[in-house]
Design a protein around this ligand. Structure first.
Ligand SMILES: *[C@@H]1O[C@H](CO)[C@@H](O)[C@H](O)[C@H]1NC(C)=O
Ligand SMILES: *[C@@H]1O[C@H](CO)[C@@H](O)[C@H](O)[C@H]1NC(C)=O
Ligand SMILES: *[C@@H]1O[C@H](CO)[C@@H](O)[C@H](O)[C@H]1NC(C)=O
Ligand SMILES: *[C@@H]1O[C@H](CO)[C@@H](O)[C@H](O)[C@H]1NC(C)=O
Ligand SMILES: *[C@@H]1O[C@H](CO)[C@@H](O)[C@H](O)[C@H]1NC(C)=O
Ligand SMILES: *[C@@H]1O[C@H](CO)[C@@H](O)[C@H](O)[C@H]1NC(C)=O
Length: 329
């Protein structure tokens, strides 16, 4: 009797697993809304087109006017969206060209980023870095801290010596990671809203002209991008191939949902207040088996452990049948 019951249970489990496997494809967006642009998948709360297709503030633009495949754009089009991760709450974007590209920099410069992503509530995520190449320069990544006050997010200095000049490919000198001779890499370690880069010329004294033999580049890029050897070697070589101005530089941005919801707890003020209101859970995290998280960027939702999919849609979080198999047998 007990054995018969157990095997009946096993059959029921197998049946429910089969039903799970046959369930409709994972939900990505709302009904009658486009869920991809070119080859980029656009999961709700992101969207484009009619306002009912996205949560306010998370609208993107699918540009189909160019000769290329459609491009998914953020804000004014400075950034092309390469991928959206609901789980990591990140958007990976591509910026074309470096922040600064010049030869013979012997004066100070300030370059503004504009507000291409900060205007829209995104922040630069951990996992990006500041990269500087060139001779005798100090670059600082800046943020605004109120009227006429600017803070430093990250900084990098790069020097050259006459010895470097004799070696045609400076890449030979730098090893895997730029440490300050000819180029420098510095991590960006917290969620930030950079507004620009300050570049200072560190006058080496005599022979100034001879110490500007490398072109200057400043990048804010996803960690790992600059480490790709052919790229770093090409940028640091004295020759200047034309392809550099068309460089595609990836960046990782963090997002959250803010508009139309109660203000999220300010974690700078109270870091024990992390959490959500039930109203947010009900209105934003629409799927059963989803949980909510609140922080300075707004709210985000996740499927509970054992579930996968889109927590922002009713029925979005689906059970992982493999996990069930693991527990039951
Ligand atoms: C999308 O297309 C671009 C260019 O055609 C390519 O570089 C990229 O890897 C593709 N992305 C995906 C997710 O397939
Ligand atoms: C969302 O739409 C508004 C109004 O059309 C536009 O100004 C804004 O740039 C869009 N936001 C993004 C992130 O593309
Ligand atoms: C999510 O974050 C992890 C850890 O940082 C990373 O390995 C993974 O590639 C990210 N996934 C996406 C889709 O961004
Ligand atoms: C750059 O900005 C800083 C502070 O905002 C200012 O002190 C400096 O003079 C500026 N430099 C140039 C070259 O504009
Ligand atoms: C520059 O060169 C001159 C002559 O070679 C020397 O007298 C002077 O001390 C040098 N200055 C610096 C800052 O090295
Ligand atoms: C921080 O938030 C917690 C939970 O909401 C609350 O109990 C506590 O009083 C808050 N502390 C401050 C200093 O606001």
């Amino acid at each position: 009797m007990a054995i018969a019951l157990a095997s009946a249970l096993a059959v029921a489990l197998v049946l429910s697993m089969a039903a799970g496997a046959a369930s409709p494809a994972a939900l990505i967006g709302l009904a009658d809304c486009a869920t991809s642009c070119g080859n980029v998948s656009v999961p709700y709360p992101f969207g484009f087109g009619p306002a009912r297709c996205y949560w306010p503030g998370l609208n993107l633009t699918c540009d189909t006017t160019g000769p290329d495949p459609p491009r998914l754009l953020l804000g004014d089009g400075t950034f092309r969206v390469a991928s959206i991760s609901l789980r990591n709450t990140t958007v990976r974007v591509i910026r074309t060209g470096s922040v600064i590209a010049a030869t013979d920099i012997t004066t100070d410069r300030n370059v503004s980023f504009g507000s291409s992503f900060t205007d829209h509530g995104y922040k630069l995520s951990n996992g990006n870095e500041l990269v500087l190449s060139g001779c005798n320069l100090l670059a600082t990544l800046r943020e605004d801290l109120g009227p006429s006050r600017s803070g430093i997010i990250s900084g990098c200095a790069s020097f050259c010596s006459f010895r470097d000049k004799k070696v045609n490919s400076v890449g030979q000198l730098t090893g895997k990671y730029c440490s300050g001779m000819a180029c420098c890499q510095a991590p960006i370690n917290y969620l930030s809203s950079p507004t620009g880069v300050h570049l200072r010329w560190l006058d080496p004294g005599n022979h100034t002209e001879e110490l500007t033999f490398l072109p200057t580049y400043v990048f804010v890029a996803e960690e790992g991008w600059f480490d790709r050897r052919p790229l770093a070697d090409e940028l640091l070589s004295v020759k200047r191939p034309a392809s550099r101005e068309a460089l595609e530089v990836p960046l990782v941005l963090q997002w959250g949902v803010k508009q139309g919801l109660p203000p999220p707890p300010d974690l700078w003020v109270n870091d024990t207040a992390k959490g959500c209101f039930s109203e947010v859970l009900r209105r934003l995290c629409k799927s059963e088996n989803s949980v909510c998280d609140g922080g300075s960027l707004g709210y985000t939702c996740q499927c509970q452990d054992g579930f996968d999919g889109n927590p922002y849609l009713a029925g979005g979080c689906q059970g992982q049948s493999l996990l069930l198999l693991h527990y039951c047998c």
